[in-house]
Design a binder for this molecule. Structure first.
Ligand SMILES: Nc1ncnc2c1ncn2[C@@H]1O[C@H](COP(=O)(O)OP(=O)(O)OP(=O)(O)O)[C@@H](O)[C@H]1O
Ligand code: SF4
Ligand SMILES: [Mg+2]
Length: 352
């Protein structure tokens, strides 16, 4: 697996998106439940940031909050989301619509919800173009054809006249990428953009996305379970667990010197033991309704070994050097030893 050669961008590159101490909750009959708990990060112009973590860790909700598209029943109770220095939380719907789809594009996790099955693909894309640009239908369609060409759809003039069910899954996902890019967004958010696809076309679609992003110069937030995708495409990564960021830093640093036992477990799951079995972190993440009082990873953590601090005190994100931050009382050197996996320099291509 190739690790992205790019390094984190220098501080002089402008910050596009700054999320600070974001808390998202839902109300239940037994009270408020925190789903995203104090998440902070930033995205700079043109950078690729990856968000990794097991199912339910809060990846999608964090980015849906950025888009102002949290599901009904969920709300932000604390924090700030700044886009180019402008606070998005509390922004009127009309102002938010001017940013969403134009300055920030999103490829949603469920691809089936992105295209209306009853309308021709080209018309849907043209509508996305016309939403933010004063162009007539013909000009919008010309833009759609160019976009479809950019994302590798052959004969776009003909294909655009077809309905979504007449497109293959991989081609549909290309159309969804084209739709998110229709207005040259400065930031593209891609939530599991290849998960629904056949494994053989995942790499093609991902390289299409990366090529189109590079052409437009957009920044990208890539949400994925797949550490291989993170390694190949991102320069920085956030690792989320149970609604919080537990480790963040330059991809190369995190892959070579993971400091949080959860990150180490994820990386170990890319390795194979002598019998070619992949390691799996034991147990499951806690329900947000029932998080441990101290560290949320404690029930699964081999390093904790009954440490009172782990079960009692919630660890804060702390600098570990070289731009890496992690939330662990005992974050340190190469823990593959602590979880019983030998470190290896040659991880396989397996998914987490
Ligand atoms: N509409 C909702 N109402 C109540 N809880 C929700 C809702 N949407 C998500 N959650 C809960 O919020 C938590 C975070 O969900 P989120 O969808 O952000 O996870 P995720 O990291 O994107 O997971 P996945 O990898 O499965 O997509 C989960 O516990 C989830 O069950
Ligand atoms: S704080 Fe304790 S339980 Fe949490 S990850 Fe670190 S060692 Fe494990
Ligand atoms: Mg998700």
């Amino acid at each position: 697996m190739a690790i992205a050669p790019t390094q984190s961008l220098p501080d002089s590159v402008p910050v596009l998106l700054r999320v600070t101490d974001l808390v998202i909750v839902t109300d239940t009959p037994s009270g408020e439940v925190t789903l995203v708990d104090g998440v902070s990060f930033e995205v700079r112009t043109g950078e690729v940031l990856c968000i990794v973590g097991e199912s339910g860790s809060g990846k999608s909700l964090t980015m849906l909050a950025v888009m102002g598209l949290l599901p009904v029943g969920l709300r932000v109770t604390r924090g700030s989301i700044q886009w180019r220095g402008r606070e998005l939380l509390g922004l009127r719907d009309r102002a938010m619509r001017g940013i969403r789809g134009k300055e920030i594009g999103m490829i949603f996790q469920d691809p089936m919800t992105s295209l209306n099955p009853l309308r021709r693909v080209g018309n849907q894309l043209a509508e996305a173009v016309r939403l933010h640009n004063k162009v007539d239908r013909k000009q919008a369609l010309a833009r759609v054809h160019a976009l479809l060409r950019t994302v590798g759809v052959p004969q776009p003039e003909t294909r655009a006249r077809a309905y979504p069910h007449q497109w293959s899954g991989g081609m549909r996902q290309r159309a969804i990428i084209a739709m998110a890019m229709a207005n040259d967004p400065d930031l593209l958010i891609a939530d599991e953009p290849t998960t629904a696809l056949d494994v053989t076309i995942q790499a093609q679609v991902m390289s299409t996305l990366e090529a189109a992003r590079e052409e437009l110069g957009s920044a990208l937030v890539l949400i994925t379970h797949d550490l291989g995708l993170a390694a190949e495409n991102a320069s920085r990564m956030l690792i989320m667990y149970s609604g919080r960021i537990v480790e963040s830093g330059d991809v190369v640093e995190v892959f070579e010197r993971p400091t949080h036992p959860y990150t180490q477990g994820l990386l170990a799951s890319l390795l194979r033991d002598d019998s070619e079995r992949a390691y799996a972190i034991p147990g499951n993440p806690p329900s947000p309704r029932n998080r441990p009082r101290g560290c949320a990873f404690e029930p699964r953590c081999a390093v904790a070994r009954g440490q009172a601090s782990c079960s009692e005190v919630r660890p804060m994100l702390t600098d570990r050097g070289n731009g890496v931050r992690s939330a662990c009382h005992f974050a340190s050197g190469p823990i593959p030893i602590a979880i019983g996996i030998r470190p290896s320099s040659a991880p396989s291509e397996e998914k987490v």
